[in-house]
Design a protein around this ligand. Structure first.
Ligand SMILES: *[C@@H]1O[C@H](CO)[C@@H](O)[C@H](O)[C@H]1NC(C)=O
Ligand SMILES: *[C@@H]1O[C@H](CO)[C@@H](O)[C@H](O)[C@H]1NC(C)=O
Ligand SMILES: *[C@@H]1O[C@H](CO)[C@@H](O)[C@H](O)[C@H]1NC(C)=O
Length: 203
């Protein structure tokens, strides 16, 4: 009887270990957009969320209603570009604090100081890593373009994601991933239980 029990125990242990090894979390990739943006067409996604990391496409100082650059030079364009970035950060469940890396492209490096004056208003503490440089030219004759990488806390649980869920792909994916996590936790707990039990019996 005990040997039969032992046999089942070792089989259960084997199944558990196999389950845990095979349930390594699948990384989900989701395109992100916000309703203010026009459809981006086949060339690019406004932003892409890979796991918890959000890659946001370079933003110009575009008025999203007209699709034209805002008037007012580099200051107005920087403000608008950062506002546009903010929409995508929020659509993914983040905000400016989520940004870990920013890249600033300037049509004229002489605008560096003017750009910084706007920039610091958006990244008030724990500023992201950053690079900034002058490029030969920007689309539509823009004076500035900014792209960011952000890390979003609690992607699955974040309620801000639901209003644009359609744009985020299948919302059940998030649920599935949470369920996977729960079941891994259960498996781990069971495995621990078996190991402790084995250890106690061995004493
Ligand atoms: C964008 O353009 C629309 C239409 O001309 C205007 O009503 C709106 O105020 C502009 N937004 C910004 C941020 O300039
Ligand atoms: C930004 O998001 C973080 C969590 O990622 C939160 O702690 C913080 O309060 C948010 N800031 C604003 C201004 O909403
Ligand atoms: C950049 O701006 C400075 C100062 O306004 C100007 O002298 C220079 O010609 C500009 N350079 C380019 C590449 O436009």
């Amino acid at each position: 009887m005990t040997s039969l029990l032992k046999f089942f125990e070792s089989q259960a242990l084997l199944v558990l270990v196999t389950c845990i090894l095979s349930s390594a979390e699948k990384i989900v990739r989701r395109p992100i957009t916000s309703p203010e943006f026009s459809p981006s067409g086949p060339l690019l996604s406004r932003a892409v969320l890979v796991g918890q990391t959000l890659y946001v496409s370079g933003q110009l100082g575009l008025n999203l209603t007209t699709g034209a650059l805002v008037q007012g030079g580099v200051t107005a364009e920087a403000e608008q570009a950062l506002n546009n970035l903010g929409l995508l950060l929020r659509a993914a469940g983040g905000n400016y604090s989520s940004v870990v890396k920013a890249t600033v492209f300037l049509a004229n490096i002489s605008d560096y100081t003017a750009m910084n004056e706007i920039y610091v208003r958006y990244f008030t503490h724990d500023p992201p890593a950053r690079s900034a440089f002058q490029v030969a030219a920007l689309p539509l004759g823009g004076k500035i373009e900014i792209e960011v990488v952000a890390v979003i806390d609690e992607v699955e649980e974040n309620k801000n994601v639901s209003p644009t869920a359609g744009a985020l792909g299948d919302p059940t994916e998030a649920t599935n991933s949470a369920a996977r996590r729960d079941s891994s936790a259960t498996q781990l707990a069971l495995l621990l239980f078996f190991l402790i039990k084995k250890f106690m019996t061995a004493q």
